[in-house]
Design a protein around this ligand. Structure first.
Ligand SMILES: [Zn+2]
Length: 148
C-alpha cells in the first residue's frame, strides 16, 4: 500500500468511525480477540485500541488499521465468527505494533511468509484455538520479565 492510499483510507476510516462509534464494543468475541492480539504484540497503544465496525474501504477488505490513531475498523457486513475475527485482529494489531518485513520490498508492512500472521491474507492461527483461552492462560515467553 502506498502512502497516498494509506492517507485516503485514514479519511474513510475516520468518517466510518464517526458513524459507527461504539457499535463493536458489546461483543465478547471482539473483547477476547483483542486480548489475544494484545498479548501477541505486547499490548500496542497501551491497551487503548479502538475496534469499530464500518463500511468496507475496499471490495475484498476485512479490516483496516490507522496506527497513528490506534484504530481498527472491521467490515460491518462480515458475520465475524470467532475463527475469522481472531486471526484478523491478530493481524491488525501487528500493524499497530509497527510490524515491518524489510525483505518484502513490495509490501514491507506485510510478511512474504504465508505462515506468518502478517501474511496479507487471513488464515487460521494456533493462538486462536480454544477461543484463545489456552494462549491467554499460558505464561509469557519471558520477554516481559526483562522489561521491568
Ligand atoms: Zn495487513
Amino acid at each position: 500500500m502506498t502512502k497516498a492510499q494509506r492517507t485516503a483510507l485514514s479519511v474513510l476510516t475516520l468518517l466510518s468511525v464517526l458513524a459507527y462509534s461504539g457499535a463493536a464494543r458489546a461483543d465478547w468475541k471482539i473483547d477476547r480477540a483483542r486480548a489475544v492480539a494484545a498479548k501477541a504484540w505486547n499490548d500496542p497503544c497501551a491497551g487503548a485500541v479502538d475496534v469499530e465496525l464500518g463500511p468496507q474501504a475496499g471490495a475484498d477488505w476485512l479490516a483496516w488499521t490507522v496506527p497513528s490513531q490506534c484504530r481498527i475498523t472491521l467490515a460491518e457486513r462480515e458475520p465475524w465468527s470467532w475463527a475469522r475475527l481472531c486471526p484478523v485482529l491478530l493481524h491488525e494489531y501487528g500493524h499497530l505494533a509497527g510490524y515491518t518485513d524489510p525483505t518484502n520490498l513490495l509490501d514491507p508492512h506485510h510478511s512474504s511468509n504465508p505462515n506468518s500472521i502478517m501474511w496479507p491474507f487471513t488464515h487460521a492461527d494456533a493462538r486462536c484455538a480454544q477461543r484463545g483461552l489456552k494462549y491467554l492462560r499460558a505464561r509469557s515467553s519471558g520477554r516481559r520479565a526483562a522489561a521491568a
